[in-house]
Design a protein around this ligand. Structure first.
Ligand code: RP5
Length: 168
């Protein structure tokens, strides 16, 4: 199975990026987790991106805050799909990082999730890998069903607590 590279701009991003690692772990997807900064270690970042496909990675997830160029720089140096996780590092509440990732120029796409939305980044990476992996696709389907079952149970509980709209 392909590996997913989970990259963050600073170790201070780790508590958020844990969400992606956890989601990937639930599906048994191997990860390589790194701290690489587009600004502080630009050479290491480019070297990682250029080698990623050849080293067996299938998707890259990049989390960064503030002037968050990490995902864009990775996407500029590899043809692998790159998913950006804008991180709320204070100040502008993550809007700064969200715009830096989502507003990429034509030709260099970054699939951007919500501010601090690392879990969805992990799940999106699983969906991408599942296109070429039947076991992963089956696991995803099972997990969607399990999520629906949970919501139906919550619906049942709420309806019994507040009534079903028929005055009962
Ligand atoms: C960004 O600046 C990092 O991704 C992090 O979100 C933010 C703050 O970094 P530190 O000052 O905590 O290293 O580059």
């Amino acid at each position: 199975m392909k590996t997913v590279g989970v990259v963050m701009g600073s170790a201070s991003d780790a508590p958020v990026m844990e969400g992606a690692v956890e989601a990937l772990g639930e599906f048994g997807v191997p990860v390589e987790v790194r701290v690489l900064s587009a600004h502080r270690t630009p050479d290491d970042t480019l070297e990682f991106a250029r080698a990623a496909a050849g080293r067996g990675m299938g998707v890259l997830i990049a989390g960064a805050g503030k002037a968050a160029h990490l995902a864009g720089v990775l996407a500029a140096a590899t043809s692998l799909p790159v998913i950006g996780v804008p991180i709320d590092s204070g100040g502008l509440g993550g809007l700064d990082a969200l715009l830096a990732m989502a507003q990429m120029p034509p030709g260099v796409p970054v699939a951007t999730v919500a501010v601090d939305g690392a879990r969805n980044a992990g799940l999106l990476a699983v969906r991408i890998l599942a296109l070429a992996d039947d076991d992963l696709a089956a696991g995803l389907e099972k997990s969607r069903q399990a999520m629906a079952t949970k919501v139906r149970a919550a619906d049942e509980e709420i309806r019994s607590r507040y009534g079903a709209g028929d005055g009962s």
